[in-house]
Design a protein around this ligand. Sequence first.
Ligand code: AMP
Length: 413
Amino acid sequence: MQDTNDSMISPEFSGFNFHPSVMEGLDAIGFETPTPIQQMIIPLIMEGRDVIGCAQTGTGKTAAYLLPILNRIISQPVKGVNTIVIAPTRELALQIAQQLEGFSYFMNISSLAIYGGTDGIEWEQQKKALMQGVDVVVATPGKLLSFLNMDIVPAGNLQHLVLDEADRMLDMGFVDDIMRIISYLPENRRTLLFSATMPPRIRDLCRRILHDPAEVNIAISKPAAGILQAAYLVYDKQKTALLSHLVKGRDLPSILVFASRKINVKSIARELKSAGFNVADIHSDLEQPEREKVLLKFRNRQLQILVATDVLSRGIDVENISLVINYDVPQDAEDYVHRVGRTARAEQTGIAITFVNLEEQFQFAKIEKLIDTVIRKQAPPESLGEGPEWNPRPTFSGAVRRSSGNKGRRTKK
Ligand code: AMP
């Protein structure tokens, strides 16, 4: 369903009648024309509608909700917290907060990011900032709830609640936290829910917390058109050598390697490092400041290769990644879309290569079905020996995965 008032869709930012300082913010951040989701969602939020945005990362969804929210904060300020944005991970929360800071540079708007993993001093600072009143709070669910439980969030005049990556939050077992958070918030707020997928439990959540929502559906569970996708059919023992082979001597400044388990992430990074590559790893064992340091180095091109768990596959915005390598096939087909979506951001081109072992072939075939694309599969280079043939069949582990539809709270990746 697409429930947008076509007459209001604007192909130009100037068509939205934003406050001049929002236009200044856009100018400073360098956005020239709105992306399709921005064209459709901005007018709906400006009208004051509740909105369901079925859109994945990479579509420009963050600005689609931040811009009209900022516009309203400037035009109709309220006392206390105006907007709460909830995101599933610290990385996404931080990234939203950074985009917010960029846009609001020319505005007298305060924001605060609160997420787990901060120390006692920061907790006190955040508490103080909240009590003094901030316009926009960006938070992970658990941390926000602990502040709400302490009754120190002045949210009585809340205008907007945004749930970003709602499907991910439900996957991570946050549904009760979200409902508890909502029990603290005033009912006459606008609620904006973004989700890459719309399974029945998201529909159910929407029914419970949104009021007469307009729905915009941009999410096609497909990687962007600019991504060249390929797969290597390999045995596990060939994967590391293949990885070195693919990155050696290439003039590629930013390479992102994904592996599902952090133990693999660590060993891949170790092996690449000992082979002389400029590499680092990022996973949930790293403290938040360390993660940020690694990400910053990667963004600044001081690191050529970053090896990561799926912590990074959603939401994290690093520009111009030329190559994404899936060292293994992600368990969720949606994770594949998110992983390869790290390359070819904002209509550029990029390459995504997946290493598929025999047991992973069935899962990979499911991914191809989901994205409605047959991905080119090739054998490893001769020097690495023969790989397996393409013959996707359910294996025992595949059957276990399929039956684990209700994952409950995810373990840390
Ligand atoms: P998002 O889907 O919100 O994570 O955004 C994906 C990327 O697109 C981010 O790097 C944004 O900075 C960028 N972006 C969002 N909107 C625009 C726009 N209108 N013009 C250019 N880049 C954009």
